[in-house]
Design a protein around this ligand. Sequence first.
Ligand SMILES: O=c1ccn([C@H]2C[C@H](O)[C@@H](CO)O2)c(=O)[nH]1
Ligand SMILES: [Zn+2]
Length: 156
Amino acid sequence: MSAENIPSDELAQALETGSLPPQTVKLLHHHAATAKQNSYSPYSKFRVGASLLTHTGEIFTGCNVENASYGGAICAERTAFVKAVSEGHKKFLAVVVATDVEDAFISPCGFCRQFMVEFGKELLVYMTKADGSHSVQKLKELLPHSFGPEDLEKPR
Ligand SMILES: O=c1ccn([C@H]2C[C@H](O)[C@@H](CO)O2)c(=O)[nH]1
Ligand SMILES: [Zn+2]
């Protein structure tokens, strides 16, 4: 899903204030929850959906896709990123993660944090409960002292 655009004034506000307007978070959560319905998770039975907002206002979604070879599972966050990057997007404002968990804000796994930091530490990560309430942190707070592409440019 990439056709629906978020207006540019809302994107500017997100960049300035470090948060999105509530109606935008609600829309992104709706997309993440819808993507969750496609979760292929017969092993964990833990459904996850993600929506990813590009800096140009497009929305990409993803779900977790598991595998009989358990280690081959792909998280919802990485599915959304791979869909967006493979369509030519490399700058992102926010990711919203939706699960069925009612009493905790589920946060991205370590593998996804590393995967996402490749595309920027300022990413807003919205962790939600099943009812859509959220907690938000920047990726650099979830993954401090990260190793990223800039480190490969350092003299050695
Ligand atoms: O933030 C998360 C946490 C877990 N999972 C998936 C991976 C696996 O399919 C299942 C249980 O770990 O949930 C995600 O997609 N995103
Ligand atoms: Zn993950």
